[in-house]
Design a protein around this ligand. Structure first.
Ligand code: NAG
Ligand code: NAG
Ligand code: NAG
Ligand code: NAG
Length: 656
């Protein structure tokens, strides 16, 4: 009797349990109950066509040849944009923004790389500068024989010149932008075309791997990514510039920005060697006991590290967090990176949008192209609408300009600008997300931007702080209350959220002996700047165009950051306790700023300086400085797993 009574609730529980679980993922449960295998994988090895390895790498996961930008087909023999070649026999093409190209080249690339509905959003930076582009074509020559070699004489009557033009029009009552090429009645001036002159005027025609520029006294080759001056005949030295992702990981050769991998390797930075599929009869589902990230190896023709300028393969350090993350991820041996997408619980879409940002571009074109490829090639994106997929956006203003489209709306944005204000109207028409602006708490991750640091200077400050009584001595040596030196931009109200401008006005007619505020671009040399950071108790940390590198300048020089960034989440703010090492002041409190800072008691200053010496590594990407930015970005992504798990449950992919 007793036993029977006990059995009823037990059965009910079992039944409920069963009903709840069976529905979403019946097959998974069935394999669990019948002892069929699940998550058992075998290697796949899909062959590529013979000849692929001559120019490309064999992606054995897809059985497709991975080709350099501009080449495609099973053996990379098909020229995608033939009119962009500088000679009829060139194979590789480059698409910087300085030298004019053939008009057919621009038309071909625009058609392929710009979003069809909205041609202002493209996956190459050059195309986004459409209105600054000049082009030419040879009269009476069929399209398939047009090439991008500049004519010997600009006014050669057998060439016609044109210019990129954006036409604003209204179609069915909807305003639209359309790109076209407007023909010119005369060639552009040498100034218009960044002083580009025919290749014949440069040493060895720049080995056909560059652009010849006339600098008055002399002509100079600007070499395409991966080649170096003077005549572009030599490859750049390993590590001299980030010409290839992760320097091809030591498993291949960087040739003009493309990793030609030693077999059997393929993929971004030659990081792939194995591909998997579930063994027949086994069911696969994401492995949740720990974080497993799968990175898609998107072909360079979809998105890649495309060139921005013609001559300069390097990138400005400010955009480098993308490359840093990527390099550390590819070298991660902790087991969070998996080559098996079937067991992954997070997916990394490397969309190479690091330059894409307000003045340099817009990340939407590249992100959409990347997602379209990912969603068409693998089943994983569609099952949750991309909720378990992340992109890194390290350009100006982070994710603000990423347009809300079915391909992008659910992506986890890993970005350095955690601007949470909804209904942004003062950042121009490119901001279309009225729901929450640039950043959604709980979904997105704020990582620190990359800051190129004076390693010896930082280590000096650390050594001092670690001495007994070092922090006290440092604080006693600080003779300045507050310091800032940087751009103001009175004519750009949205710059720095208006903070720098407001403060410049407030401080204009007051002089505090212990406040140093120098408005203007690069008002002092790096040495003086760093010395003032060290000598100040507080350093102003507003953002500018959305990076917030001042926070890191302050923290690495034992100066207490004064964060004035209304509605901007700081890097790792959900993990680090900011009040322990920084002061936060709202824009409304600016008139009392100096008063507020003066009122902070000495013991608090000391406590914050000591704490700041503990947390500084969280903001650095450089392993040589003990940087933890990568590790904590990963930790933040790990915290997103509970959401991801719920989404997969809803989608029927996972048990509870
Ligand atoms: C950071 O992560 C890397 C790779 O996972 C690991 O090797 C390293 O030990 C981590 N650093 C610290 C301080 O945990
Ligand atoms: C995912 O959805 C998109 C859009 O509906 C579709 O084009 C694509 O083929 C789907 N992918 C797969 C693998 O079914
Ligand atoms: C955004 O603006 C719209 C239209 O002005 C308004 O209806 C909505 O409430 C605003 N949303 C927020 C979160 O302020
Ligand atoms: C500062 O002083 C100048 C000259 O007296 C005056 O024109 C300006 O309005 C003052 N600015 C502020 C913010 O008080």
């Amino acid at each position: 009797m007793l036993q029977r009574l006990a059995l009823v609730p037990l059965l009910t529980i079992l039944l409920l349990h069963f009903v709840r679980r069976v529905q979403p993922a019946e097959t998974v449960l069935k394999t669990a109950l019948t002892d069929q295998p699940f998550n058992q994988f075998q290697e796949v090895n899909k062959p590529c066509q013979d000849g692929c390895l001559e120019h490309g790498n064999c992606n054995r996961e897809l059985g497709e040849c991975e080709c350099p930008f501009g080449l495609s087909g099973p053996t990379c023999q098909t020229q995608l944009y033939p009119a962009c070649r500088t000679t009829p026999t060139t194979q590789r093409i480059f698409l910087g923004r300085m030298a004019p190209r053939n008009c057919y080249c621009y038309r071909e690339v625009m058609k392929a790389m710009c979003l069809p509905e909205e041609e202002t959003r493209c996956a190459t930076h050059t195309m986004q500068l459409w209105d600054a582009l000049f082009c030419f074509e040879k009269v009476g020559v069929p399209e398939d024989q047009q090439i991008s070699e500049l004519p010997e004489k600009m006014d050669d009557p057998s060439y016609r010149w044109g210019k990129g033009t954006t036409v604003r029009e209204v179609v069915d009552g909807v305003p639209k932008l359309r790109r076209e090429i407007q023909m010119l009645s005369q060639p552009p001036s040498v100034e218009d075309t960044s002083r580009t002159v025919p290749l014949s005027r440069c040493e060895r025609r720049c080995s056909e791997r560059g652009v010849c520029q006339d600098w008055g006294q002399q002509t100079i080759c600007l070499c395409f990514a991966g080649f170096r001056r003077p005549d572009c005949s030599q490859l750049v030295e390993e590590g001299a510039e980030p010409a290839c992702p992760n320097g091809c990981g030591g498993r291949g050769k960087c040739v003009a920005g493309f990793c030609k991998c030693e077999p059997p390797y393929w993929g971004i930075g030659c990081s792939r060697s194995t591909a998997y599929e579930p063994v027949p009869g086994s069911v696969a589902y994401p492995y949740f006991p720990s974080l497993k990230i799968y990175m898609y190896d998107i072909p360079p023709n979809i998105v890649g590290p495309h060139q921005f300028e013609d001559g300069n393969g390097g990138i400005h350090p400010q955009y480098e967090s993308f490359l840093r993350f990527q390099g550390l991820f590819l070298n991660d041996v902790s087991g969070i990176r998996t080559e098996n997408p079937h067991e992954a619980n997070l997916f990394y879409i490397p969309a190479f949008t690091y330059y894409s940002s307000s003045n340099l571009g817009d990340p939407t074109g590249a992100a959409v192209r990347a997602v379209n490829w990912v969603a068409a090639t693998f089943p994983f994106f569609n099952r949750t609408g991309g909720r378990d997929h992340f992109v890194l956006l390290s350009g100006d203003r982070g994710a603000c300009y990423l347009k809300t489209l079915p391909q992008t709306e659910n992506l986890i944005r890993v970005t350095h600008f955690g601007y949470e204000r909804p209904n942004i109207t003062d950042m121009g028409p490119l901001v279309t997300n009225t729901e929450y602006g640039c950043f959604k708490a709980g979904r997105d991750v704020v990582m620190p931007p990359y800051v190129k640091s004076n390693v010896a200077g930082i280590q000096g400050v650390r050594a001092k702080l670690e001495e007994p009584g070092g922090a006290e001595a440092l604080l006693a040596g600080k003779d300045t209350l507050l310091f800032f030196s940087g751009d103001i931009r009175h004519n750009e109200p949205e710059y720095s959220g208006g903070v720098r401008q407001a403060l410049a006005l407030l401080l204009a007619n007051t002089s505090y002996p212990d406040v140093v505020f120098k408005g203007g671009y690069m008002m002092m040399g790096m040495g003086e700047y760093e010395s003032l950071l060290r000598r100040s108790k507080f350093c102003l940390a507003p953002y500018g165009h959305g990076w917030g590198i001042r926070l890191i300048h302050a923290i690495t020089h034992a100066c207490i950051p004064v964060i004035i960034q209304d509605k901007v989440r700081q890097p790792f703010e959900d993990i680090l306790h900011y009040p322990d090492f920084s002061v936060r002041v709202s824009k409304a409190e600016l008139p009392r700023l100096v008063e507020i800072l003066r009122a902070v008691p000495e013991p608090d200053l000391l406590r914050m300086i000591k704490e700041n010496s503990r947390v500084y590594r969280a903001f650095l990407w450089q392993p040589e400085l003990g940087g933890l930015a990568y590790n904590i970005t990963i930790a933040s992504l790990r915290r997103r797993l509970s959401h991801v798990r719920g989404d997969l449950y809803e989608a029927g992919v996972r048990r509870s």
